[in-house]
Design a protein around this ligand. Sequence first.
Ligand code: IMP
Length: 197
Amino acid sequence: MDNTIIFATGNEGKVREIRAILADTPYHVITMKEAGIDLDIREDGATFTANAVIKAKAVAAVTDHIVLADDSGLEIDYLHGEPGVLSARYMGKDTSYDIKNNNLIERLSGVAEEDRSARFVCAVAACLPDKTILTTVGTMEGRIAHAIKGTNGFGYDPIFFLPAYGCTSAEISPEEKNAISHRGKALRQMGEVLKNL
Ligand code: IMP
């Protein structure tokens, strides 16, 4: 059994998270860079799962190790799921999150509390050495806040209000967020799947 997993991401934070989740297993997680793989992958899927599968397959085409990939974003119900799979590219990929976040607050101005529901979604895909694909999905429910608040986290965290905490996901600690986040849930689920292979 080959215990090496290549995680198709350039994000060190995500790699640390999956390493912690798989710490009590025989799996050893390395990045694409550590595996010497450099690919420019077009994420043009219509869903988070489709994009995670596209990434996992693209990397698996050049290696026989297990490949893991994830895709995530924010869905706002009032905006019919926007920014969705385009979360990173919303208003242009180089636009600051201060501008993106203020724009979303503006688009929801005057919208009642009960219509401000939103969720972060994360899909994780694994491509096994025999090219079987396994997927998991995790979500974190919340509401779009009325103002930007908090400096932890990244991206849309400062406008993502968590009713159970009474603050945004940019105001809780990274440990608290990992325990309840879309990505934590999807990665832990995938961890369970991989442990049971
Ligand atoms: P990716 O999955 O790394 O491509 O991330 C997609 C985009 O979704 C990010 O660039 C953020 O805009 C947004 N996003 C995903 N997860 C989070 C989160 O936990 N907090 C804030 N924004 C997030």
